[in-house]
Design a protein around this ligand. Structure first.
Ligand code: SF4
Length: 391
């Protein structure tokens, strides 16, 4: 980890004038960091999410991540001296209520038991190991309609099931009577969100920070017509104008399995900021709340130029795949977190017929799925639910 003290007490300050192209009227394809990473990871997953627009019900782990992000955003509304762990904890329940008002269906995660982690995994408890025989496949966190149900599929990564059990307290609520289970799960969920906030306070002192921006939509157009856009959790700007992009990671996925994807996401933001504000961010920071760890990365202009070419090539590959209707599965550890195994040939499934698409390239509007909107839709209704395993 690299420390950058000049950014630890940043103040909002003027940044260089924007110099990128204006993205208001995109005519061509668009990319968000998550969807770009999807295509890189598995073209078929990209297709399911972006072209078929298959619904994905959020997991408890993802919803908890959304809640923790909301609390951290609100925390900085308080005067600096009031940003204490107690104040953050006091925001958990009200922010949860706000999320429920925006998206009442989130409460469904508490009406059915989450999948239990397989015996022998870190989060499993001896008392629950027997129940694991019923397996993730039989105990989906949420199960309504045709939407895919997260880690509840047969090939789920044990860590995915463990994250669900942790988010809903399943690992410790084995003796709770069924009639009280829902209330107990909600309490465990809120408590586990508070525990993640403790991880935040272990790595950062919000009393010494004044973020310049929070939950900000950034966008630019590169090349001829490729729109890049996404939300950044937090942007700090030092008095000297140095930028630090901060991303909170709340999910239960093993870091090592998804760190490349997380850095890809941060480079994406760095490129957009560089192109729109004329400054290469000095630091890209990942805050892993579960592990109470920080990963800092300092990009260079040459690296971002290469990354821009990578995104352009990626967009061209997506357009080719779309024209050829050829989105192949690319199995990896991510399969253990994929909602669409039942439709994937790698797991014996058959993808749905390829949908008829407009003749124009996947555009800023047509490319957006529910999952994509979570990343990029400026006029979204409801909370921006995290759809990455790392949150
Ligand atoms: S299960 Fe794996 S290979 Fe299949 S679509 Fe999902 S990520 Fe791709």
């Amino acid at each position: 980890m690299t420390a950058h003290p000049s950014l630890t007490a940043s103040q909002p300050s003027a940044v260089p004038a924007a110099r990128g192209k204006r993205p208001e009227s995109p005519a061509g394809p668009s990319l968000s960091p998550s969807r770009a990473a999807d295509f890189k990871t598995c073209p078929l997953l990209f297709r399911f999410r972006t072209i078929d627009k298959l619904p994905e019900l959020p997991t408890a782990d993802q919803i908890r991540g959304t809640l923790v992000h909301a609390v951290l955003e609100r925390l900085f509304d308080l005067p600096a001296a009031a940003r204490t762990p107690e104040a953050a904890a006091a925001l958990v329940a009200p922010e949860w209520q706000k999320l429920l008002v925006q998206e009442p269906s989130l409460a469904e995660i508490f009406t059915t038991p989450p999948p239990l982690p397989a015996a022998g995994t870190a989060a499993s408890k001896p008392a629950s190991a027997g129940a694991a025989a019923s397996g993730p496949a039989s105990a989906g966190a949420v199960s309504t309609g045709a939407a895919s149900t997260g880690a509840a599929s047969a090939g789920a990564d044990p860590a995915a099931a463990a994250a669900e059990a942790d988010a809903t307290g399943q690992a410790v609520l084995v003796d709770v009577p069924a009639a009280e289970a829902e209330v107990a799960r909600i309490a465990a969920f809120l408590s586990s969100a508070t525990a993640l906030l403790s991880g935040y306070f272990a790595v950062e002192d919000p009393q010494r920070l004044q973020p310049a921006e929070r939950e900000t939509l950034i966008s630019t157009v590169i090349g001829d017509d490729l729109l890049l856009r996404g939300y950044i959790d937090r942007l700090d700007v030092s008095p000297a104008g140095d930028l630090r992009v901060v991303d909170y990671k709340t999910g239960g996925a093993p870091r090592e399995a998804f760190e490349g994807r997380a850095l890809f996401q941060l480079k994406f933001y760095a490129l957009v900021l560089w192109r729109t504000r004329g400054v290469v961010p000095r630091v890209l920071r990942l805050l892993y709340l579960k592990d109470a760890e920080v990963l800092d990365y300092s990009p260079e202009a040459g690296e971002l130029e290469r990354f821009e070419r990578t995104l352009t090539a990626l967009s061209a590959a997506i357009e080719r795949a779309k024209a050829d209707r050829d989105f192949r599965p690319k199995p990896s550890r991510l399969c253990g977190w994929c909602r669409h195994q039942d439709l994937c040939p790698e797991f014996g499934g058959t993808p749905p017929p390829f949908p008829e698409l407009p003749l124009t390239p996947i555009s800023a509007t047509t490319a957006l799925t529910t999952a994509d909107a979570a990343d990029t839709e400026p006029d979204r209704v409801g909370p921006r639910l995290r759809d990455d395993p790392l949150g």
